[in-house]
Each structure stands twice: as C-alpha cells, then as structure tokens.
Design a protein. Structure first.
Length: 112
C-alpha cells in the first residue's frame, strides 16, 4: 500500500502542519470559523458580522459542524449570538480557537 507520507528515515524539510497566532492579534472577518469549548460542551460557529463601534462579533452557532454548515438561512437569526471581541482575546487558553483564511498569504491561520 502506498501513501503520500514521507518516509521517516529520509530527512525532508516539510512545511508546518498548521500556522497559528495569538488570539490577541485576531482581526475578525466574515466566514471565520470559531470553536468555543467549555468543560463538557463544544460549540462551532461562523462569523457573519462584526460591529466595530460596539466591538461585537455576530456568530452563527451550532453544536456540531454538520448542523452549522447545513443550516438554512432562515435559521441564522435564531442561532446567532453576540460575543465581545475583548472576551475572546482575554479568554483563558483553550476556551476559543478561530480558524481564519489569510488572503495575503493564501494560508489558514489558527488563532489560539
């Protein structure tokens, strides 16, 4: 059976599996994927709006990604929550993770 994974015996310079930055550097964009974790709960969300005057993110949330990505647009308003950007940036480690597509580098960056 053949795989595309490199042989561990060969020394190759592989690109990093993931790029990450601190949540304190996060600048919201439409479509960013947000994961919110608590003791026994995890919620998944998509950023649908950012109000710079109130510093609030509007995030459509669901318990599992399947429900989030297959949700009808008529359900968006009912499932949208407001989260202060400062609450995300100041949260304890592990509470929020945001996946963001950096247009300038054409790369996915995780803010953790």
């Amino acid at each position: 059976m053949s795989t595309s994974l490199p042989d561990s015996k060969t020394k190759q310079n592989l690109p990093p599996l993931a790029q990450y930055k601190s949540r304190s550097e996060y600048k919201p964009q439409y479509g960013d994927y947000l994961v919110w974790s608590k003791w026994f709960t995890t919620w998944h969300g998509l950023v649908v709006d950012y109000d710079q005057t109130t510093n609030e993110l509007f995030v459509v949330m669901a318990g599992i990604p399947y429900l989030l990505f297959t949700m009808q647009s008529t359900e968006f308003e009912r499932e949208t929550v407001k989260i202060k950007l400062t609450d995300i940036k100041r949260a304890p480690n592990g509470k929020y993770a945001i996946q963001h597509h950096d247009q300038s580098q054409n790369a996915i960056i995780w803010f953790i």
